[in-house]
Design a protein around this ligand. Structure first.
Ligand SMILES: Nc1nc2c(c(=O)[nH]1)N[C@H]1C(S)=C(S)[C@@H](COP(=O)(O)OP(=O)(O)OC[C@H]3O[C@@H](n4cnc5c(=O)[nH]c(N)nc54)[C@H](O)[C@@H]3O)O[C@H]1N2
Ligand SMILES: Nc1nc2c(c(=O)[nH]1)N[C@H]1C(S)=C(S)[C@@H](COP(=O)(O)OP(=O)(O)OC[C@H]3O[C@@H](n4cnc5c(=O)[nH]c(N)nc54)[C@H](O)[C@@H]3O)O[C@H]1N2
Ligand SMILES: [Mo]
Length: 765
């Protein structure tokens, strides 16, 4: 008998899967024009030795009870039964809640988990803590767009409207004459979208636009950030200096009377204040092309020429998420908008500002008229929160004040953290500091599919099923297909899905009904589907019933073509469609932000010198960007990810000049170091990176030689041992993981073997 092929979905694409002769065979969704190679990471994932088979408790925690402990990250684990695990976890949660209240529980649980919308682990944690404890300390914003999501509402009124609901690829391919991209439009990034994507269309649209005559210009330290199809001009900028470049461009436009003064007067406020700053009216410093060239490393003549080239054309300006994941990351986001406004482009077909276009497969897509509902999370009665990337600050400095979006807030005192569906030892900066922070906790509880570094720091580890082992519904508001995610394999070992784990825990806390509402996982899927069906009916959209949907595996959903509507409507009638900003216009100057009085984010965009700049000891910039071979740290042990490592290590990229002076050759192992630690990586050498810059993608599982070291060495190549754990500014407190400074040297002797995918020592009783 041949096994039945099932439909499924992931953040990197929809597919069908079947187990044949004990091998998992994955076939991309038939309608996908450009499927992602990341699908191959599933092939060996189901039974990999690094998966977690049973619940585990950390030895030090079991022996000594809850409390701060330096052994987290290097301790042994004891395999226990589910009954024991439920008793320990429910007991500890009750203890902490009784002794300290729900405001001592951190449930932010940031992370991408898997594509299924019901088993979305982070939503499950939130619902569990709300329904059992009445709340928890949460986190706001994201590692993706920490700075942008705070600044954009102030200056244009809404982030979503100019990012996910921005000008569409379709419109760009038909109308745009020049696409000026800061940070590129890498296809490695747009192959991913949360909730899944059934069609990868970016390559096709970029090709179509280029064929029609769109000129692409990529401002980025890495040439490969722009796909070959764009046939782009590459301006290799010094990392972290785009704000200065844009100020220079604005100066040239103004000096040559190339700005659209009508647009600036009608639809914007504060241009005069920015002009005064450009001309040095406040401080005598003129921010012209030569000033900018000095900072950003692009010739003054090229800056002058670029400004002139932009004027009078249908121009789209895009700014990648990456630029704002750095000190003062708010500024390039603000200035990208100002540049498009100075050119008079917002609201014109194929023109204006596309924040994060190309960074994810959601952007530039049309929106579904109706989307699949999210799992309701209940009500959180705790008011304390942190900007998501301030986790280590919170754990290390309880009670300390911090600034955020004009407010002065205080870090709560956390005793217990609960994490499911995220990997802080992937996503956070300065990992030695993060370890110190987690060591302050009484208890860390983690649900994971495999022994990530986060699981290795947990006190109670609960083994979760991976997506292929359960049923769910995959879909994104920007994807034309809703996918029935049918199980392909039985759960690994004793793994259970996050919902079942929480349902059992809720039962022990006397809150089962509140958490489950009496539904099994399948009944929740039917319930959520039915809600969508009702919304469809109201809009006269016909969709089949749940059982038919499940049988056929996928259904198409009708879409709206309303991308870019916010600025188009503003242009149509600013009185009828004012922006949701205080002035109703684009805020080149924001009185609100000015009144916050934070020197690191004043009332109009500025160039502020970062602390992270090369010096004698750290002569090179490090770019720590998204990995091409996987999503974040997920399935790093998968075939595709492993096949592109070398000696089991992540590969970094250097310019030939930088390699030559250090005696480094392709394939050498190098030590990338700074005051915070060292990452070992294998080297590739290419002219496609700006001299003075090294690139090491994120995603290699943290694998410290000595986990307790103050300056750890990661033998696998995780760049977050090196990155700096500070907020972007007092305004947004976003993550600054993208850029730091380092030294690079050839590794002398035999480099230690990578052990990231070997489980910790497990004792059985
Ligand atoms: N230096 C630097 N750092 C960065 C960035 C950068 O540019 N530079 N980028 C940042 C960005 S934009 C982001 S979004 C973050 C991403 O950070 P994360 O979202 O935390 O990274 P993931 O690897 O996706 O973590 C998801 C985890 O959930 C687990 N998982 C998957 N499915 C399930 C499930 O069903 N149940 C449970 N319980 N677990 C599951 C996976 O095994 C994995 O460990 O990283 C950030 N970190
Ligand atoms: N394959 C894959 N795709 C992904 C992800 C993944 O993990 N894997 N993660 C997804 C997620 S959650 C997010 S938020 C997005 C993130 O989207 P981004 O943050 O935009 O992605 P990155 O790859 O980190 O950065 C894009 C490029 O910006 C360039 N860059 C870095 N610093 C600067 C700078 O100062 N100036 C300029 N001009 N350019 C700079 C780098 O060369 C880098 O390759 O990606 C998504 N897509
Ligand atoms: Mo992200």
């Amino acid at each position: 008998m041949t096994a039945k092929s099932t439909t499924h979905s992931s953040h990197w694409g929809a597919f069908t899967a079947v187990v044949q002769d004990d091998k998992l065979v994955i076939t991309p969704f038939a309608g996908d024009p450009d499927p992602s190679p990341i699908l191959k990471n599933f092939e060996n994932a189901l039974n990999h030795k690094v998966r977690i088979a049973t619940p585990m408790v950390r030895r030090g925690w079991l022996e000594n009870g809850p409390g701060p402990d330096e052994r987290r990250g290097s301790d042994e684990y004891i395999a226990i039964s589910w009954e024991e695990a439920y008793a320990l976890a429910a007991g500890e949660l009750s203890r902490v809640a009784r002794a300290h209240g729900p405001a001592a529980v951190f449930g932010g649980s940031y992370g991408w988990s898997s594509a299924g919308r019901f088993h979305h682990a982070q939503s499950q944690v939130h619902r569990f803590l709300n329904t059992t404890l009445g709340g928890y300390v949460r986190s706001v914003n994201s590692y993706s767009s920490g700075a942008a999501s705070v600044i954009l509402p102030h200056i244009v009124g809404d982030m979503n409207e100019i990012a996910r609901r921005g000008v569409s690829w379709e419109e760009i391919s038909e109308h745009t004459e020049l696409l000026l991209s800061f940070g590129g439009l890498a296809l490695k990034n747009s192959q991913v979208a949360s909730g899944g994507l059934s069609e990868h269309t970016e390559r096709g649209f970029i090709h179509k636009a280029a064929q029609r005559g769109t000129k692409f210009i990529s401002v980025s330290p890495l040439q490969s950030d722009m796909p070959d199809e764009a046939d782009a001009e590459w301006l290799p900028i010094r990392p972290g200096t785009d704000a200065a470049l844009i100020l220079g461009l604005l100066s040239v436009l103004k000096a040559n009377a190339l700005t659209d003064e009508d647009f600036l007067a009608r639809y914007c406020v504060g241009w005069d204040k920015l002009v005064a700053y450009l001309q040095g009216k406040e401080d005598g410093l003129v921010r012209d092309a030569s000033w900018a060239a000095e900072i950003c490393g692009i010739d003054a003549e090229r800056i002058e020429k670029l400004a002139v080239e932009l004027a009078g054309k249908r121009v789209m300006v895009s700014v990648a998420h990456a630029l704002q994941r750095a000190e003062h990351g708010e500024q390039p986001v603000w200035l990208g908008l100002v540049l498009s406004a100075a050119l008079g482009q917002p609201g014109l077909p194929g023109g204006g500002y596309g924040y994060a276009l190309g960074a994810l497969g959601h952007y530039g897509k049309h929106h579904n008229r109706v989307s699949f509902p999210a799992l309701p999370q209940g009500k959180n009665g705790v008011k304390d929160f942190i900007p998501v990337a301030r986790i280590a600050d919170m754990l290390l400095n309880p009670g300390q004040e911090f600034r955020y979006n004009g407010q002065t807030l205080r870090y709560p005192e956390i005793k217990l953290a609960w994490w499911a569906g995220g990997n802080p030892f992937h996503h956070h900066q300065s990992l030695a500091r993060l370890r110190q922070a987690f060591n302050q906790l009484d208890t860390l509880i983690v649900h994971e599919i495999a022994w990530t570094a986060t699981a290795r720091h947990a006190d109670i580890v609960l083994p979760a099923t991976m997506t292929l082992e359960r049923e769910d519904v995959g879909g994104a508001p920007t994807d034309r297909h809703l996918i029935a995610m049918q199980p392909v394999a039985r759960p690994f070992g004793e793994a259970k899905d996050d919902y079942s784990i929480f349902a059992e825990l809720a039962k022990r806390l006397g809150r089962e009904e509140a958490f489950t509402e009496g539904r099994t996982a399948r009944q929740w899927l039917e319930h959520l589907y039915q809600q969508m069906q009702e919304k469809c009916e109201q809009q006269h959209i016909s969709v089949p019933d749940f059982s038919t949907f499940w049988e056929i595996g996928q259904i198409p959903l009708p879409q709206l073509k309303d991308g870019g509507r916010l600025l188009r409507n503003l242009r149509l009638d600013p009185d009828k469609h004012p922006l949701p900003t205080p002035s109703g216009k684009i805020e080149i100057f924001s009185q609100t932000i000015a009144d916050f009085n934070d020197a690191d984010c004043p009332g109009h965009p500025v160039w502020l010198e970062p602390t992270q700049k090369p010096d004698d000891e750290h002569p090179l910039f490090l770019i720590a960007n998204q990995p091409a071979t996987k999503l974040h740290s997920q399935l790093d042990y998968g075939h595709h990810s492993v096949s592109l490592k070398r000696d089991g290590r992540e590969v970094c990229l250097m310019h030939p000049q930088d390699a030559r002076v250090r005696g480094i050759q392709v394939g050498d192992t190098v030590a990338i170091s700074n005051v915070r630690g060292t990452a070992l990586a294998s080297v590739d050498i290419s002219e496609g990176i700006r001299p003075g810059v090294v690139q090491l993608p994120t995603g290699a599982w943290y694998d410290p030689v000595d986990p307790q070291a103050a300056r750890p060495t990661c033998r696998h190549g995780n760049p977050n041992v090196l990155t700096l754990d500070v907020g972007t500014s007092s305004l947004a407190q976003g993550c600054c993981g993208q850029i730091t400074t380092v030294n690079v040297a050839r590794y002398q002797g035999t480099a230690p073997a990578v052990k990231a995918f070997e489980p910790p020592v497990i004792l059985t009783r």
